[in-house]
Design a protein around this ligand. Structure first.
Ligand code: SF4
Ligand code: FE2
Length: 660
């Protein structure tokens, strides 16, 4: 290691030998990028292959076309060495210009870019969480007509927060819980982080404290991330990585766990149900409404309204046999397991494929992962797109939403009525639109959580002992989005196929859960894909892939992991557990994998982070955290190699625990 510590030494010392020649690595990486032709040919879901071909014949563009047109992708962007933070630049680090105008080197630029990406992820899930927390508060105060359905969660959280629950009603407790969650998220005066103290294990709290990376709260850490990474501020890449880690904890404790607690208090915990999934389940004689995004508040009301007698009758009068809902992305998943009857169709990257079926009358888009590209496809097939959130507007879409200050949340039922009426009107207007519905559908069981698993097994001891005795080799949490760099959903499916054969149990949530649901992995029929031991454990009762819901439901997955580790008498970091996001693609994906590593899980991916331009940052990110956190990040573009790494690491963890 040459002159590793030079930034801490005396000022006269200059080191210009810190340039990492990234060109070969980036070039090799870029050559692995998938093409539309490969998606058409190799995507594991036959409905996807059919729709990409169909759109191609129809001359309608989608993300796969646009990705191809972006080739060759920017070398500097891929390496992470492009800096646009100030107007002395933009600067890029090359052999000829190893410093930006301000003097920043590649290590600093790569680290700052990562910090900003993580801050984006914390803000994204955080904004969603904030809206649900505020809704919970208004519901508790009776300002909006929403019952508090998660009475059990309210009682549990009240005791976890040490509230004297005795003489307080569920509503009063919910109000206090909402206050705590909001305060933890928005704190600027440093003080105890109550959610973190209630939820994190003592071992993790000590680890984080020792590293000096305990967060004040989401809002402050995002603010501080923007501060530190502005020009001429944090000059030490390693210190910038401390802020990165702080953001990982804020992501986990505020944006995800805080948001999940608020959702569970308001809407109740998931219920297990079985549904049909994939495009073949699209109906042609119903008013078809897709729910796309991440905010459950209005979507929930729209489903309730559509089930009222008034609208059932109106739909019939328009010639429909009913009103059917479909799920795209996360709000489609959360409404699915809470209200039932929502058919999961696709994650964000496939949304254009869904629109091109011509089967959707109304597309309800709330927040996040709503690609602007959907508008052109919607226009082609006369689908009405309705946006609901001021932070997520689309030119050409109709807007039926609540106010930015949420002062009109009591009017949600009226907004929901307008949306359902608009869908029925759209149904009547688009009877002549051509439909193309691939004949592929599968059954999927959804709604797994610690609560539903406890109801099934009595407690997690049964799962814990199956790990110890080797019926289960280990458990992964499969999540993350999908990425056009990889043949759509192929990495996810290939990894899971190998892991199931090797007796690895799979938890899944968010976008990666769609290929699992669509292709039958969440059905008992998938037991034939498993190794003998895992089959024996599952005993024909449960599918081998447990669907936990939307992306913030990884909070439920973590609660389950924690319980299983507890029965085994070990820390999560020492268990054969892993976070696997093969096709992660955005800032939330950076945050989610980071959050799991902060919790002590190794994370595995087929997509590189933009760190190839700095050996130091890359090594720190991929392996350097092992000593600090007991976890690391592992990347290989070959899914088979990723699966092999997971199995090898699980075997090692097992032998360290003296389990066979
Ligand atoms: Fe260039 Fe430094 Fe400005 Fe970045 S902060 S654009 S490296 S001068
Ligand atoms: Fe999501």
């Amino acid at each position: 290691m040459e002159k590793e510590q030079h930034s801490h030494e005396h000022g006269h010392h200059h080191d210009h030998n810190d340039f990492t020649d990234y060109t070969a690595a980036v070039k090799a990486y870029r050559e692995t990028f998938a093409s539309k032709a490969e998606v058409m040919d190799q995507a594991p879901d036959p409905a996807v292959r059919e729709m990409v071909k169909y759109m191609d014949e129809q001359g309608v563009e989608n993300c796969f076309d646009r990705f191809d047109k972006q080739k060759p992708h920017c070398t500097f962007g891929l390496a992470g060495v492009c800096c646009r933070i100030c107007s002395l630049g933009p600067c890029k680090i090359t052999e000829r210009s190893p410093r930006g105008t301000c003097g920043a080197n590649a290590d600093l630029i790569v680290a700052r870019n990562l910090v900003r990406a993580a801050a984006g992820g914390v803000a994204a899930h955080g904004a969603r969480a904030r809206e649900v927390m505020l809704t919970l508060k208004k519901a508790a105060a009776g300002e909006v007509d929403l019952p508090i359905l998660g009475k059990g969660t309210v009682r549990n959280m009240a005791s976890a927060f040490g509230l004297s629950a005795k003489d307080m009603s569920v509503e009063e407790l919910a109000n206090e819980i909402a206050d705590i969650l909001l305060e933890d998220m928005s704190r600027i005066v440093p003080g105890p982080h109550k959610t973190l103290e209630a939820v994190a294990t003592p071992e993790r709290r000590q680890t984080w404290e020792k590293l000096g990376v305990l967060p004040v709260g989401s809002y402050h850490e995002v603010f501080e991330a923007l501060h530190q990474t502005t020009v001429g501020t944090q000059g030490d890449w390693r210190k910038a990585m401390d802020q990165f880690m702080r953001l990982g904890i804020a992501f986990s404790m505020n944006s995800v766990v805080g948001g999940s607690i608020a959702s569970d208090c308001l809407y109740g915990t998931p219920k297990r149900t079985t549904v049909k999934a994939n495009l073949g389940a699209l109906k042609t004689d119903t008013v078809n409404i897709a729910i796309h995004g991440h905010a459950p508040m209005l979507a929930t009301k729209v489903i309730e309204a559509a089930r009222s007698e008034k609208f059932v009758k109106q739909a019939e009068e328009a010639g429909a046999s009913g009103i059917q809902f479909y799920g795209i992305c996360c709000s489609g998943l959360s409404t699915l397991y809470r209200l039932g009857g929502v058919i999961p169709l696709s994650n964000a990257n496939g949304s254009e494929l869904v629109l091109a079926t011509g089967a959707l009358d109304l597309w309800l888009a709330d927040i996040q992962e709503v690609f602007p590209g959907i508008m052109d496809v919607a226009d082609c097939y006369k689908t009405v797109v309705v946006t609901t959130n001021e932070s997520n507007r689309l030119p050409g879409a109709e807007h039926i939403g609540y106010r930015r200050d949420l002062e009109d949340l009591d009017k949600l039922p009226g907004l929901a009525d307008r949306i359902v009426a608009r869908a029925i009107e759209s149904f009547a207007n688009r009877r002549d639109v051509q439909r193309h519905i691939p004949a592929h559908e599968m059954e999927a069981e959804v709604g797994f959580s610690l609560e539903t698993l406890d109801a099934h097994y009595g407690c997690m001891e049964r799962v814990s002992s199956a790990i110890i005795n080797g019926q289960i080799k280990g458990i992964i949490n499969l999540a993350g989005c999908t990425n056009t760099r990889v043949v759509y959903e192929k990495a996810i499916v290939e990894i899971v196929d190998i892991l199931l054969k090797n007796n690895v149990l799979v938890f899944t949530n968010g976008c990666a859960s769609f290929p699992m649901a669509k292709m039958g992995y969440c059905s008992k029929k998938a037991l034939s894909k498993c190794g003998e031991k895992l089959q024996m454990f599952l005993g024909g009762e449960l599918p081998p892939v447990w669907h936990f819901g939307e992306c913030i439901d990884n909070a439920h997955a973590v609660a389950t992991f924690r319980e299983i580790a507890g029965y085994a008498g070990h820390q999560m970091k020492d268990m054969p557990f892993a976070e696997v996001t093969p096709e992660w693609s955005n800032e939330k994906g950076v945050g989610a994998a980071l959050a799991f590593r902060m919790l002590g899980f190794d994370s595995y991916h087929c997509v590189h982070a933009p760190v190839q331009g700095s050996e130091k940052v890359r090594d720190f990110l991929y392996g350097g955290t092992r000593e600090l956190l007991g976890s690391s990040m592992k990347v290989d573009t070959d899914p088979k190699k990723v699966a092999a790494m997971i199995i090898a690491d699980f075997n090692e963890a097992r032998s360290n625990l003296c389990w066979r």
